[in-house]
Design a protein around this ligand. Structure first.
Ligand SMILES: Nc1ncnc2c1ncn2[C@@H]1O[C@H](COP(=O)(O)OP(=O)(O)OP(=O)(O)O)[C@@H](O)[C@H]1O
Length: 138
């Protein structure tokens, strides 16, 4: 086992506080990887963001459009992070037992993702509508 393996094993079983920025940064990256691994929807959001980025570059969107697209992407991604946190905490608390409050917590977290994604779609429609109408000759 080389020193990098030892470091990553220590990171996986660490329960005490981070002692350096480097250590904290690695845990934060682990969190991002975990959301991507666990949440199928998160992978769809990333694919969608790459698609919107490509179309936006092709159309030559302006600075304020890019700001709105960034905000839309941010709220969706953040809601997915919160959803994943809630799921993990609920599963930790109740395991494989049905609990009405576990249902409330998970359904509300899923609802937050739905609201965020719908808001992002509305922002996207408002930004791309003039280009779409022009394309369709309306
Ligand atoms: N322990 C539980 N007690 C009560 N209801 C639960 C419990 N676990 C899950 N549920 C119900 O099952 C649904 C699906 O749960 P799950 O853990 O798969 O989350 P999810 O919403 O599918 O996550 P994803 O964001 O991956 O779609 C929840 O929205 C909730 O209604």
């Amino acid at each position: 086992m080389d020193s990098r393996d030892k470091q990553s094993r220590r990171r996986l079983s660490q329960i005490d506080k981070n002692t350096s920025f480097h250590q904290a940064f690695h845990h934060a990256v682990d969190g991002i990887v975990e959301v991507l691994r666990r949440e199928r929807n998160m992978r769809y959001h990333v694919v969608m963001a790459i698609f919107v980025l490509a179309i936006g570059l092709y159309l030559g969107l302006g600075r304020s459009d890019w700001i709105w697209i960034t905000i839309a992407f941010f709220i969706v991604i953040m809601s997915e992070f919160v959803n994943t946190m809630v799921e993990a905490i609920v599963d930790l608390a109740v395991g494989h037992h049905f609990h009405p409050l576990a249902k409330v917590a998970k359904d509300v977290a899923a609802g937050a993702v739905l609201v965020a994604a719908t808001t992002a779609v509305v922002i996207g429609l408002l930004i791309f509508q003039p280009y779409l109408f022009q394309l369709l000759g309306w």
